[in-house]
Write a protein that binds this ligand. Structure first.
Ligand code: PNS
Length: 157
């Protein structure tokens, strides 16, 4: 049984995240989307809202489950016999920080990180930019599921 974890803040989930989760689900027997609940000032949606959005967005994927986690991602992985952490890489600018985290996580518990290149049409999509554009009234409907778009509009109204 090959079990992977896709960790992230998902504040909010974007088609970039969902692309990586879907492709992970084809590579591994089971995928757990791990929604980080560590306290941060910069969240637009609280942990329960982000978990609910990810559950809804992944509902059609039979081998994907969604859980919240606090603390270290390596602890979450060790408790669930996880083979690999999967991360999407959008551009070279993602690489330095992701490499550092992958090496730290590997040195903590030996868990491996697998990088999947983001699909080119999603390469510029991030939760931060989606929030910024939506916050100034821009149309982000191409970058997030319809129900997330509705949540964003109501949160930012
Ligand atoms: O979507 P994000 O904000 O890039 O996700 C970052 C996340 C949640 C994957 C990362 O911050 C994380 O793994 N946090 C858990 C705490 C932890 O394990 N920190 C040490 C990483 S080396």
């Amino acid at each position: 049984m090959r079990r992977a974890v896709c960790p992230g803040s998902f504040d909010p989930p974007t088609f970039g995240h969902l692309d990586i989760v879907r492709r992970s689900a084809r590579l591994f027997d089971e995928v757990i989307v791990a929604v980080g609940t560590n306290v941060s000032k910069n969240r637009l949606f609280d942990a329960e809202e982000r978990i609910a959005m990810m559950r809804r967005a992944c509902a059609d994927l039979d081998n994907v489950t969604v859980e919240g986690f606090a603390g270290l991602v390596t602890t979450f992985c060790a408790e669930r016999d996880v083979t690999a952490i999967v991360k999407g890489l959008r551009a070279a600018s993602d690489f330095d920080y992701e490499l550092q985290m992958a090496q730290m996580n590997s040195s903590l518990t030996g868990v491996e990180t697998v990088f999947i290149p983001t699909s080119p049409e999603r390469g510029f999509v991030s939760s931060s930019l989606v929030k910024e554009v939506a916050g100034f009234g821009g149309d982000v409907s191409a970058f997030v599921p319809d129900f997330v778009h509705a949540e964003l509009r109501s949160r930012l109204a």
